[in-house]
Design a protein around this ligand. Structure first.
Ligand SMILES: Nc1ncnc2c1ncn2[C@@H]1O[C@H](COP(=O)(O)OP(=O)(O)O)[C@@H](O)[C@H]1O
Ligand SMILES: [Mg+2]
Length: 376
C-alpha cells in the first residue's frame, strides 16, 4: 500500500490509514465495510478513551463530485436530527480539513444486518418478525413525521443489533439515510434514479413521479416477506442467474401473486396466516394510492395481520402501469447492483409487455453505465 493524499491510502484499499485522527477526535482502528459511496471504519473516540464508534468516511474518488458530497452532507444532517431508539444514533458529523472529506460518527453496533442474520439463521419466526417490524415501523414513522423518506430500505440497511429489546434477542436499527429525501423536494427529476432496484418502488423508476412515505411502504412489505422466508419476493432475484431487464419487468408488470403462492413456488415453508397475504399485496400495490400511505400504518396492520386479525382487504391486482413508457431518467449516481444482477439471464420468459421490456433495457444500459462508472 502507498500513501496518496494525507491520510488516504491508494492501491489495494482506497481508504483512510489506520491510526489517522479524523477531525481531531476519531482515531481510525480498522475498516468495517466498504460501500460504493463510503467506507465505514471502527474508530476510537479519543475524547472518551476506549470508547469505539463507527466512522463513515466518503470514498476519496467521490470527493470532487458535488452531488455525492451533498448527499453525504444531507445524510449527516438527517442523522444528527433524527433521534429514535430504532434509528442508528449519529454522534457527530463534519468535514475533516486534511482529508477534505465529510465524515459521520455513529454508535458502533454489534450484530449484523438482517441480510447477514438471515443468511446465518434462516427465516425468522413469525413472532419475531411481528415485533421487529413494529419497531421498524416506529422508526420509519418518526422519519416520515419529520418529512424524511428513506428511499433505500433494503436488508443491508436494516441492522439487528445484538442487544435484547422488546422481548427479542436483538434491537432493530435503521441505517443509511444516504439517499433519503426531505419532503419539500419529493418529485423525481432527471438524474435521480438511485437505490437498489430489488427493493425500489415503481415510482422510483420513473421521472416526474411523486416520492412520499408510501415509497418506503413498498420495500417494507418486501422486507417482511424476506424476514419470514429468507427469500426475495421477486422470482428473478431467486434465479441462479438474474438479469436487470427481467427484474424491472417483473417489478413493473408481472402478476403480483400472494406471498403464500410465492413461497410455494420457491419451496419455502409458509409460517403466516392468510391475512398476511392481503397485507403484503397492499404494500406492493403499484399504484401508490392503493398502498398503505405510511410505514407506520403498514406496521400497525402487519401486527394484526400476523396475528390473523387483519381487516385489510386485498387490493384488486393492479393493472400493469406504463411506468417506463415515460422518458426513462438518466442516472447520475450508482444503482446498487448485486453481483448476480450482472450475470446472464436464465429465467423463463417474462409476461411483461414489450414496451416495458424495452424500457427496462434502456434502464439496464443506464444502470450498467453508472455501475461501471462507480464500480459499486
Ligand atoms: N453504526 C454502525 N455500526 C456497525 N456497522 C455499521 C454501522 N453503520 C453501518 N454499518 C455497516 O456498514 C454497512 C454500510 O453502511 P451504510 O451506512 O449503509 O453505508 P453505504 O452508504 O455504503 O451503504 C452497513 O450495511 C453495515 O453492515
Ligand atoms: Mg447502506
Amino acid at each position: 500500500m502507498t500513501r496518496a493524499l494525507d491520510g488516504f491510502i491508494e492501491d489495494d484499499f482506497t481508504g483512510v490509514a489506520v491510526g489517522t485522527l479524523v477531525a481531531g477526535r476519531w482515531r481510525v482502528q480498522r475498516p468495517l465495510t466498504e460501500g460504493g459511496m463510503a467506507t465505514v471504519y471502527v474508530a476510537e473516540d479519543t475524547e472518551t478513551p476506549g470508547q469505539l464508534c463507527a466512522l463513515k468516511i466518503m470514498a476519496p474518488r467521490l470527493l470532487r463530485d458535488e452531488k455525492s458530497r451533498q448527499r453525504f452532507e444531507q445524510e449527516a444532517t438527517i442523522g444528527t436530527t433524527l433521534k429514535h431508539p430504532h434509528i442508528v444514533n449519529v454522534l457527530g458529523a463534519g468535514v475533516d480539513e486534511k482529508l477534505e472529506s465529510p465524515w459521520i460518527a455513529m454508535e458502533l453496533l454489534q450484530g449484523g444486518t438482517i441480510a447477514a442474520v438471515l443468511k446465518e439463521r434462516g427465516p425468522l419466526p413469525l413472532e419475531e418478525v411481528r415485533q421487529l417490524f413494529l419497531d421498524f415501523g416506529a422508526a420509519m414513522a418518526a422519519a416520515h413525521t419529520r418529512g424524511v423518506v428513506h428511499r433505500d430500505l433494503k436488508p443491508e440497511n436494516v441492522f439487528l443489533e445484538a442487544r435484547p429489546s422488546s422481548g427479542l434477542p436483538y434491537t432493530l436499527k435503521v441505517l443509511d439515510f444516504g439517499i433519503a429525501k426531505v419532503r419539500k423536494d419529493v418529485t423525481m427529476k432527471n438524474s435521480q434514479l438511485i437505490g437498489s432496484p430489488l427493493w425500489m418502488a415503481p415510482e422510483q423508476l420513473s421521472a416526474g413521479t411523486n416520492i412520499a412515505p408510501f415509497t418506503d411502504v413498498w420495500p417494507f412489505g418486501l422486507l417482511a416477506f424476506f424476514g419470514l422466508t429468507g427469500k426475495n419476493y421477486w422470482l428473478t432475484a431467486n434465479a441462479p442467474a438474474m438479469n436487470l431487464p427481467k427484474l424491472l419487468a417483473e417489478i413493473m408488470a408481472a402478476d403480483l401473486i400472494t406471498p403464500t403462492a410465492r413461497a410455494e413456488q420457491l419451496g419455502v415453508p409458509v409460517s403466516w396466516p392468510a391475512t398476511f397475504d392481503a397485507w403484503f399485496l397492499r404494500c406492493v400495490a403499484r399504484d401508490p394510492a392503493a398502498r398503505f400511505q405510511s410505514v407506520g400504518d403498514a406496521a400497525a396492520e402487519l401486527d394484526l395481520a400476523l396475528s390473523g386479525k387483519a381487516s385489510t382487504p386485498a387490493p384488486t391486482p393492479a393493472a400493469p402501469e406504463p411506468l417506463v413508457e415515460e422518458k426513462p431518467v438518466a442516472i447520475a449516481a450508482p444503482i446498487e447492483l448485486t453481483p448476480e444482477a450482472s450475470k446472464p439471464p436464465v429465467t423463463s420468459p417474462s409476461r411483461a409487455p414489450y414496451a416495458l421490456v424495452a424500457g427496462a433495457l434502456v434502464l439496464l444500459a443506464l444502470a450498467l453505465g453508472a455501475w461501471l462508472r462507480f464500480g459499486s
